[in-house]
Design a protein around this ligand. Structure first.
Ligand SMILES: C[S@@+](CC[C@H](N)C(=O)[O-])C[C@H]1O[C@@H](n2cnc3c(N)ncnc32)[C@H](O)[C@@H]1O
Length: 216
């Protein structure tokens, strides 16, 4: 019924989260979105931004994906539905309430190829030994990428978990203050021989960084 009404007016439910303030789950034009107080998190423009990045990646041989920042899981929907990519996804999410929302509101409780881990992505990746063909870094608290995810120590760990030939997709902030740090991250990736692509101002919303570990 909510879906039907949403074609006439948006239907919103508010949920107090653990780390992200009051979240809104809104039916709008027949589709459910997840929004933080000042930013779309999932299934709206954010999903379109990440899709633009995925379009640039050859997903043929991607078997295992690491997603840092689950939100409502819209990028997994994009992988599954738009790119027919059924790769195994390990999704790390800090906020327990968001994992609950991903399961109950967005139907991610029963995907056999998805594991959801409630942990700080910074701690999870430190010393992590498994390798991934695709790593998606989509870590925000509202409109801000937390500072520790803009520091070299975190990116050192990210580079280590990328398989040979693997690709990294980083949804970077567009905040003016973060520009210097994002340039430094790109420098660090380049120094580690990754091939870079910068997609600026995607849909006027975010900057994406793509980086590929060479085959040899
Ligand atoms: C923009 S949303 C992710 C959207 C998601 N990738 C999608 O496709 O729908 C950002 C997410 O990062 C999570 N996050 C923020 N800081 C985190 C941290 N330290 N560790 C793990 N997740 C974190 C937030 O709780 C939020 O769910």
């Amino acid at each position: 019924m909510s879906k039907l009404f949403s074609y006439i007016f948006p239907v919103t439910k508010k949920v107090q989260s653990d780390y992200n303030g009051i979240l809104e789950i809104t039916w709008y034009n027949g589709k459910k979105h997840l929004d933080a107080p000042n930013a779309n998190y999932s299934y709206g423009n954010l999903q379109k931004v990440l899709k633009s990045g995925l379009q640039k990646i050859d997903l043929t041989n991607v078997k295992h994906v690491l997603l840092l920042g689950l939100g409502g899981g819209s990028v997994i929907e994009t992988l599954r539905c738009d790119f027919q990519c059924n790769a195994f996804v390990t999704a790390i999410e800090l906020d327990h309430k968001i994992i609950e929302i991903a399961k109950t509101e967005f139907g991610w409780a029963n995907d056999p190829n998805l594991t959801m881990v409630c942990e700080d992505a910074y701690t999870f990746i430190k010393g992590h030994k498994d390798l991934y063909d695709l790593v998606i870094v989509d870590l925000f608290i509202d409109t801000k990428v937390p500072d520790k995810f803009l520091e070299p120590a975190f990116w050192e760990d990210v580079i280590k978990v990328l398989s040979i030939g693997g690709t990294l997709l980083f949804n970077a902030s567009m905040e003016q203050n973060d520009r210097i740090k994002i340039a430094a991250i790109m420098g660090q990736l380049e120094q580690n021989s990754l091939n870079l692509q910068l997609l600026e101002n995607v849909l006027g919303i975010n900057t994406l960084v793509l980086a590929k570990k060479p085959e040899r």
